[in-house]
Design a protein around this ligand. Structure first.
Ligand SMILES: [Fe+2]
Length: 282
């Protein structure tokens, strides 16, 4: 299966009012439960973040997992994610969809989960499209012609139906103020920007990869990034630096009029402490 033959059918959700979306990102699950990233047990921290989301009572209509599911693409990572997310979405409702990141093994690692890799969700007022930005063997992001065409068609459908657009992808499109991460953003972002500029209504873009929350509006488009469920990276750094702030998730409430309310919910900082002496990670 290649990215252009992956399941792409649209999921239709009959939601006339607020659409509640939960974003989980960069879970970095290893081959075995108990494996760690920079000293953080990534299974434990993910499970604690999911418990937090349930305790928060957000009642999402849709959960999006925006890549780097696995630390190194091991099939066991996807099996365990499926188990951990059993209360967050079934094959029907509320849907729970996954995107690959640069640490994932796509398509083979995700081939058993076609119900998790659908690419379009449509509600009464919003069109949502999931794009793949990973490149084999590369850390940085890129959108192939197939992905840009998928985005173009989502913009066309949104305009035809007079709907707003949410785009989810692993890599950010723009600089976030961290030099060491900014070189890994989508390298052909100009094609993305040209496409979403054609959208007649509101556009919001959600990404992972940078293990930190950012919120920018550029040319009228809202660009959000989201914390990892494990290790956090410090903002505004030239070089790699771990942040001592708790893991978390992003929630979004999408209004029928195109407004977006969003925020981050985090665990306490002392629950999953990363090794700050490490100078990088693989
Ligand atoms: Fe990544």
């Amino acid at each position: 299966m290649s990215s252009d033959s992956a399941p792409s059918e649209s999921i239709a959700l009959s939601i006339a009012g607020l659409v509640r979306v939960l974003q989980i990102s960069d879970t970095h699950l290893g081959a075995n439960a108990g494996d760690d990233l920079l000293g953080v047990d990534t299974d434990r921290s993910l499970k604690d973040v999911l418990t937090l989301a349930q305790q928060d009572g957000f009642a999402q209509h849709l959960t999006l997992v925006t890549g780097d599911i696995a630390a190194d693409g091991d099939p066991e990572a996807y099996r365990r994610l499926e188990k951990y997310l059993e209360h967050f979405g079934s094959d029907t409702e509320p849907p729970c969809l996954w995107l690959p990141g640069n640490h994932d093994d796509y398509p083979s690692g995700l081939v058993q989960y076609p119900h998790r890799t659908r690419r379009m969700v449509e509600t009464d007022a919003w069109m949502m499209v999931l794009l793949h930005s990973q490149q084999p063997g590369q850390v940085g992001g890129y959108l192939s012609d197939v992905e840009i065409a998928r985005l173009d068609s989502a913009v066309d459908r949104a305009n035809e139906a007079d709907k707003h657009l949410l785009v989810a992808l692993h890599h950010p499109l723009h600089s976030i103020g961290c030099d060491w991460l900014d070189g890994q953003r989508v390298s052909n972002a100009e094609h993305f920007c040209a496409s979403v500029a054609e959208c007649n209504r509101s556009v919001v873009v959600i990404s992972g990869h940078v293990h930190q929350a950012t919120d920018q509006v550029l040319d009228g488009i809202r660009y959000l990034t989201t914390p990892s469920t494990c290790v956090q990276f410090a903002p505004n750094q030239v070089e790699f630096k771990v942040d001592q702030i708790g893991p978390g998730y992003r929630w979004l409430e999408l209004s029928p009029d195109g407004q977006v309310q969003t925020g981050i919910s985090r665990l306490p900082a002392d629950l999953h402490i990363a090794d700050t002496k490490r100078r990088g990670y693989q």
